[in-house]
Design a protein around this ligand. Structure first.
Ligand SMILES: [Zn+2]
Length: 287
């Protein structure tokens, strides 16, 4: 997860702008009458997210209709407010969409740090929380894979909350992404979320949930191949002692530039800590 500063956009202003030109007029009138309700839901969301308790917002589920698929109800119009009045290229709220998307670090997904951020993910899904469909703090720049894997699942308890880029930056105070190097005959790398014992238990559980639900091992494991192939060419030019030093320096550099829980930092930490790899395994051509 890549932390991003919480958006400064005001939830009420965004909702007001998106719905001010909604058609037909009967729908517009009904949506505009929800401004206070939407603003209050966004304020509750902010309080709950700060307290890492988004699972406690169950009372906002399926509002204002009270059921997911009420015919002719407002839930559908609120969901449409996102797709038709914010995402659509010529819609009234498109500037807000672009503004949120451009905060993606290096244009990459804030949830996995790797995929291209070409969509916004609803941290609490709009299918269950229509009142939060265009709430800026609920919209996170993400790749299509993360958006798909996260799906419409809403947290039922504190541990099931995926990491939130706007609220959970302190997870990187701890090193929890590890790479496991195996060999011989050839080096192979598998990534895993292994929170350290000193990490608060709730954060540790959320890190594991985030890693599992977004299938991050599937995403990170293949990244190691090109690095190992490249190292099998460059490291043999160094002395045995310099190999270990080089790997440690790279681990530190990646930790500083991309974070201690980037796959790059995890990979180089693991390589530097592998007696087999530093003892000559690096000479093995990888695949
Ligand atoms: Zn992603």
């Amino acid at each position: 997860m890549r932390p991003i500063d919480k958006p400064v956009l005001d939830a009420r202003t965004v909702f007001d702008t998106c719905t001010a030109t909604a058609r037909p007029k009967t729908v517009r009138t009904k949506l505009q009458a929800l401004k206070d309700t939407v603003a209050a839901a966004a304020a509750e969301y902010d309080t709950a997210a700060t307290a890492r308790a988004l699972h406690t917002l169950g009372h906002l589920k399926d509002l204002p209709d009270g059921e997911p698929k009420k015919k002719g109800g407002l839930n559908k119009e609120l969901k449409n407010t996102y797709s038709s009045r914010m995402v659509h290229k010529k819609s009234a709220g498109r500037d807000f969409y672009d503004q949120l998307l451009k905060e993606a670090p290096d244009d990459r997904c804030a949830l996995c740090g790797q995929g291209i951020a070409d969509t916004l993910d609803h941290q609490l899904p709009k299918a269950h929380y229509p009142l939060l469909a265009v709430a800026p703090a609920n919209l996170v720049p993400a790749c299509r894979d993360c958006n798909y894997y996260k799906g419409e699942e809403a947290p039922l308890n504190a541990e099931q909350q995926t990491l939130h880029p706007y609220y959970d930056g302190e997870i990187h105070d701890h090193t929890w992404l590890v790479a496991r190097v195996s060999g011989p005959p050839k080096p192979a790398v598998v990534f895993a979320a292994v929170p350290p014992p000193e990490m608060p238990s709730l954060l540790a559980a959320r890190v594991r949930h985030h890693f599992t639900i977004l299938k991050l091992a599937r995403l990170y494991n293949p990244q190691a191949g090109p690095e190992l192939r490249n190292l099998s060419r460059s490291l043999p030019r160094l002395s045995a002692k310099a190999v270990l030093e080089h790997l440690r320096e790279r681990a530190e550099d990646w930790a500083v530039s991309e974070g201690v829980n980037s796959w790059q930092a995890a990979l180089y930490r693991a390589l530097a800590n592998s007696p087999w790899y530093t003892g000559g395994g690096y000479k093995e051509p990888w695949k």
